[in-house]
Design a protein around this ligand. Structure first.
Ligand SMILES: [Zn+2]
Length: 248
């Protein structure tokens, strides 16, 4: 991962985001955006922005995407988001304000455990093209996108089965699994969806027929649909996870 000046336009910094499985898409950040959050923040966190859909027009992002940075609640939180350059050139919030679509979500489910004792693991990236970063000590920016889930009881993933919560529920209806936040979350301004729907293959459905709970991990680091193994999300301290009751 490295940053270089874009030769066509000296005002743009090109961030090459390698190791993302979407290497062909380059991300551009204007000087304005670099001034707001700093190059180090972009170098660290641009890999957690996945160029799927433009957050202005919703059409797919293909070869390149522009990073915009909007300050939320004072100067310590900034929402980074991806757009076509034609829709919103890399910028901070314009005077008239700006509307964003809710970010794309990416979800996947797998089953672990011995026959008769199987457990569904669900991994969700709730915010593919948007990332909330917060300025902390020494001017370092941390990823605050999953904070609302920590408030719901999610804990940093440790590789062991996460504790249970009743703030989130899962429901299996035929081959459709819905994971839903059922608690109130006042004061959260990040436009993250509060329910996620996944299709469950017949074999998976059969294996978890007797389960009364599922494990859910939230991550901004990967696209779950591209992962061949979902279990690392339950070991990754950047992800947060929890056990959730399963109803039918
Ligand atoms: Zn667009």
């Amino acid at each position: 991962m490295g940053a270089m000046w874009n030769e066509q336009d000296q005002q743009l910094v090109r961030i090459e985001a390698h190791g993302k499985k979407l290497q062909d898409c380059s991300l551009n950040a204007s000087e304005q955006v670099v001034d707001l959050v700093g190059q180090r923040c972009l170098n660290r966190w641009a890999t957690n922005l996945f160029p799927l859909a433009c957050q202005t027009c919703r059409a797919p992002l293909v070869e390149s995407a522009d990073i915009s940075a909007d300050e939320l609640s004072g100067r310590d939180k900034v929402l980074l988001s991806l757009h076509h350059a034609e829709c919103r050139v890399s910028s901070t919030t314009p005077e008239e304000g700006v509307d964003l679509w809710a970010a794309t979500t990416s979800t996947a489910v797998t089953v672990v455990g011995d026959p008769g004792d199987e457990l569904a693991l669900i991994v969700i990236n709730p915010s593919c093209e948007q990332l909330l970063v917060q300025k902390g000590a020494f001017g370092r920016w941390r990823n605050a996108t999953l904070d609302m889930f920590i408030d719901l009881g999610f804990k940093a993933s440790t590789g062991t089965f996460p504790g249970m919560t009743d703030t989130v529920e899962a429901q299996l209806d035929g081959n459709r699994m819905t994971v839903k936040v059922v608690a109130d979350l006042p004061g959260h301004t990040v436009p993250v969806s509060r329910s996620w729907s996944l299709s469950v293959e017949e074999e998976t459905r059969r294996k978890i027929a007797r389960s009364s709970y599922v494990a859910v991990a939230m991550t901004t680091k990967t696209l779950p649909t591209l992962l061949s193994d979902l279990t690392p999300a339950f070991n990754d301290p950047e992800a947060v996870s929890i056990g959730v009751p399963l109803t039918r």
